[in-house]
Design a protein. Structure first.
Length: 324
């Protein structure tokens, strides 16, 4: 059977979900956050271009305006967590709908084929092109191709404490691939009544793992940032939202004023707090949930609140960029 050409049950279910184009818009926003972060951190962040952010006597000394702008832009990498949240939500909801429509069954093989066809062609094309890209830019060292081919780039980077161009960003894709391997099995074989308990146990495992890292590992930042066990809890939080929506469709009536207050608090926080600073037990284990709860609040309101706060994000241009 040609899975690439045969419409699947999940694809039919997906066509019935009215808010998919909105999820594409959120993907676009998350992608642009990461792009802007890397552009700033890797290229633009040369102080002679950003004099308004520094004290003229010392170009490395950020002034009162520069500090929050710098922190805000450096927090753009949080777009990766937004991707994880979206993936956990959408994949779980589609699997639950398929399970419902097929009398408790999920075609796990078809799920794997669909995920592979969506990600692998471009993923492996970049790996094939990497030697030519490296030669073109004059780089004298190569990434670990085996780690990328077999989707453990994140653990390899964690071990060597270095991201290697041009495959550095594959660490997050590897975490997504690990999620795709196990998640359809969990949704398929765990009874729906036990799923919420299972989700909570998985989040607790991630918290315990991060607690172990911060108290027992000499340099814990890399595994805190890169390990699948440190990061899969955000995917699970997305899954929890999907489960709640599956059991009882979400409809929100949160006022625009309340949303503005919440979003303003979030913007202030990411202007003055480094989201990936995990130097205490509390920060390593629990700080992320403050930020992800606000992002989840924003995501659900964007999808399910009939009175959109940012109407311009629903236009055709944003939806077009989202699909790209």
């Amino acid at each position: 059977m040609n899975y690439a050409q045969t419409p699947s049950l999940s694809e039919n279910i997906k066509s019935e979900i009215p808010y998919l184009d909105k999820i594409d818009v959120i993907r676009f926003v998350a992608a642009m956050m990461v792009v802007i972060y890397h552009a700033y951190a890797d290229w633009i962040n040369n102080w002679h271009y950003l004099k308004f952010m520094t004290n003229s006597a010392d170009q490395q000394n950020l002034n009162a305006l520069g500090r929050p702008i710098n922190t805000f832009l450096m927090n753009g990498g949080y777009g990766v967590d937004i991707f994880f949240l979206i993936s956990g939500f959408l994949i779980t909801y589609l699997l639950l709908k398929e399970k419902q429509a097929s009398n408790g069954k999920i075609d796990v093989l078809k799920f794997y084929v669909r995920r592979s066809l969506r990600i692998w062609p471009l993923y492996f094309l970049i790996i094939v092109l990497s030697p030519f890209i490296i030669k073109w830019v004059g780089q004298t060292y190569n990434p670990n191709y085996i780690a990328n081919i077999f989707f453990y780039n994140n653990f390899d980077t964690m071990q060597h404490h270095s991201w290697i161009f041009p495959l550095a960003h594959f660490w997050s894709l590897c975490i997504e691939e690990h999620f795709y391997v196990f998640w359809p099995l969990i949704i398929c074989f765990v009874p729906n009544k036990q799923l919420m308990r299972t989700f909570m146990v998985l989040i607790l495992i991630s918290i315990i793992y991060r607690g172990y890292l911060i108290t027992n590992v000499k340099e814990p930042w890399y595994p805190l940032f890169l390990s699948t066990f440190s990061r899969f809890d955000v995917l699970v939080i997305g899954a929890i939202a999907a489960y709640i929506h599956f059991m009882n469709p979400i409809k929100l009536t949160v006022s625009k004023t309340t949303r503005l207050v919440v979003y303003s608090a979030f913007m202030m926080a990411i202007c003055y707090d480094n989201i990936t600073s995990w130097d205490t037990f509390f920060a390593a284990c629990f700080k992320k949930y403050f930020y992800i709860s606000i992002v989840l609040f924003a995501l659900l309101n964007f999808l399910f609140n009939e009175k959109p706060l940012f109407e311009f994000m629903n236009n055709k241009l944003f939806k077009y960029f989202g699909k790209i």
